[in-house]
Design a protein around this ligand. Sequence first.
Ligand SMILES: Cc1cc2nc3c(=O)[nH]c(=O)nc-3n(C[C@H](O)[C@H](O)[C@H](O)COP(=O)(O)OP(=O)(O)OC[C@H]3O[C@@H](n4cnc5c(N)ncnc54)[C@H](O)[C@@H]3O)c2cc1C
Length: 348
Amino acid sequence: MGVRVFVKKLIYFKLPHIPNFTRARQYDKTEVPASMLAIKENEILANHSTFKIGGPAKYFTVVESKKELIEAIDFAEKRNLPFFVLGEGSNILYRDKGYNGLAVKIRIQHIKAQNSEIIAGAGLPFSKLIMESVGAGLTGLEWGMGIPGTVGGAAAGNAGAYGHSISEFVKNISVLSLRGGGSAGRQIKNYPVGKCDFIYRGSRFKKSDNREIILEVGFNLEKGDQEKSKKIIQGVLEERRNKSVPYPSAGCVFKNIIIDELKNKEGFLKLIPREKIKGGKFPAGWLIENCGLKGRQINGAKIAEEHANYIVNAGGAASGDVIKLIGLCKQKTREKFNLDLEEEIVVM
Ligand SMILES: Cc1cc2nc3c(=O)[nH]c(=O)nc-3n(C[C@H](O)[C@H](O)[C@H](O)COP(=O)(O)OP(=O)(O)OC[C@H]3O[C@@H](n4cnc5c(N)ncnc54)[C@H](O)[C@@H]3O)c2cc1C
């Protein structure tokens, strides 16, 4: 079986809980014309979120190139509207009241492999990048199979799993920088990995408040063995399936605890089982579970029974319900463990 067919089968038939994460979505272009771009009005953001929560964006568009991205920004700036970019919305909680600006979905999806390097458009699904890299005989990213979202979203949030994170494999990142202000101040910048300010689940791009929008990411991989890669992918998907939650979510809500960054490190270490520290991090889910919060529900939002660091939309959850649960987790863990949990998800 070819590697692409193999991986596609795994994705489509063995991961039904990850919604639509590689399927191309049909985009209905019946909307307000803005030069060449199709801009929709009052698009429901819940439809662009794995949480399935969120009210209408005043304007919404999908961009497939740098040129279209610039047109979208022009559209917002001419109307004095704020804008934000999204990939697959797998790490975002939108508010029910919606967004009074322009939401720009990045669907720049080119991909090119050359020797051990792969360059991928920011809107390419991360899983597709992995599939293509294995297909090109390269290895390195297999651990990421099954993480929903795009290459741009993964790079902005320094996505990771099983002891790896994407920053280990990034060579450089090309962005549209809006830091100069106005159309004259826009420029394409190319950051080598050392200038991307990657941290655990973060980067300069995630902090940039949409002033540095990722266009494409270059990866340094290694020549691999496709059969070995297939086995790794199979194992990763198997493990993900075993840990999956049966409701919509945005993955882990809180960052794990970096032990060395704690002010009260010694006190904290007395309260936890040290064998659960992996790679210098302690699971936030354990703390939430030990505050007795697993399964706690506020209307449609629930702390998952399967994994206490997941809040799920068990049916009709409002953004406020999720936010209340986030607040409860923070309050109880502060009281019991004397630390402040930090959100991994982006709350709009
Ligand atoms: C079931 C499930 C499992 C998950 N498992 C993991 C996991 O194992 N590891 C992990 O790290 N994450 C995990 N996540 C979280 C999520 O999948 C990742 O954070 C993912 O990389 C987000 O990609 P996205 O395209 O959906 O980004 P979005 O959610 O659309 O956006 C996230 C942030 O990135 C910014 N962004 C998106 N695209 C760009 C761009 N082109 N330029 C600049 N900024 C951009 C957005 O503005 C936003 O601030 C999981 C989520 C779910 C639902």
